[in-house]
Write a protein that binds this ligand. Sequence first.
Ligand code: GUN
Ligand code: FE
Length: 446
Amino acid sequence: MIAYKGDILYAPTPDRFTVIENGYVLVGDDGKVVATGGSLEALLEATSRGDSDGVDVADQSCTTDETDSITIVDRTGSLIIPGFNDLHVHAPQYPQAGLGFDYELLPWLEKYTFPTEAKYADIDIADHWYRRFITHMWQVGTLRFSAFATLHNEATLRLMQLCQESGLKPLIGKVNMDRNSPNYLVEDTDDSLSSTEQLIQQSRKLTPDIGFIITPRFVPSTTPELMVGLGELAQRYDVPVQSHLDENRNEIDWVRELHPDIPTYTEVYEQYGLMPNNRTIMAHCIWLTDRERAILKDHGVWLAHCPQSNMNLTSGIMPVRRNLDYGLKVSIASDIAAGHEPNMNRHIVTAIEASKMKTFETGYEHDRPLSLSEAFHMATKVGGSFFGKVGSFEPGYDFDALVIAEDESLLELSPEERLERFIYAGSSRDIAERYVSGRLIDKPFA
Ligand code: GUN
Ligand code: FE
């Protein structure tokens, strides 16, 4: 076992941080947290008595020095926090980050996104830019993410292989699009289905740590036949689904024109079998009706709130408080490249800022802004829960962690205040180490 020593900070619930100053996270050989606490002796005693969910450690020594069975990784003075989990990102759009934000969604797709994604037909271009993308995600401490790739199989498999090599553990989806798309970036329906199935099978053999996620781009670009076929694949292979929902008002009008017999955008996905229970991510969800909230809740859908993207493309401000009060699972996500930077620090801050803006419209009583612990919880544990027990340091959770060695401070700061300073004013330069499932992950492709 390994005991990581430092100022331990995580958010098992939205309302407050759990802080153990100068404490320990005890991690088993399987990379999972055994227990956390302030004294190693007490922790070991508790775990050997079986007070925690942990392994049997009765025969192991209790000294704080390195012993046969316990290694101390001493990071005294640093914060140890869960890694970030980004439930909505477009890996191929990384090179267009920062472009086209005088446009709204549909013209932005036409002018910048489709031309960028089309370039990934060239495997050398894909290889180059996917390496840069993965390296940047590593740098900013996003250890798990759910990514859209492009419709190209070869490039998507390469992205999965590069992620496998990097030690990060994302979900990756080949994008499906067979209607209302430019002639240089569109698929035949049958080819789209068969190539998706082929990729699911290949990835199971070649990239065991990388999950596959079914990824219809959005309703306007997928025919009913394709949606039904993808829903069947999701069932047959027991894989998750991700897409976009209720992002932009012109997009919503378009969905209504395409499916006049279906009452809401949400119900299009539902009726075509693309909302498997407890394994679906829907990005944006800005303009939900209560009818849609009820359906999303019924299906246990994760909402990926992408506030930087929503401001960049003038899409709207998600009523995040209303969604949380309704009992929906809301995570925070980058939506690269409609969001222009991957750092989850920024997206946490922007989510808080957007929630404050919302209170100006709706009144503080109805729309209390997000607190730091809530937003941090959304960016760690809520996103992480899509991957299993990830995003917290409770017993049984994968030890996905960042060691934050911040800059000096003029004031005496508590661990919470140091986290706040890192989130608002810090950068990836403050991240000294990154662990995924208990494994130290070095800079990829170095
Ligand atoms: N809707 C359909 N495609 C996209 C995309 O690439 N980005 C965003 N933000 N919304 C979309
Ligand atoms: Fe998106």
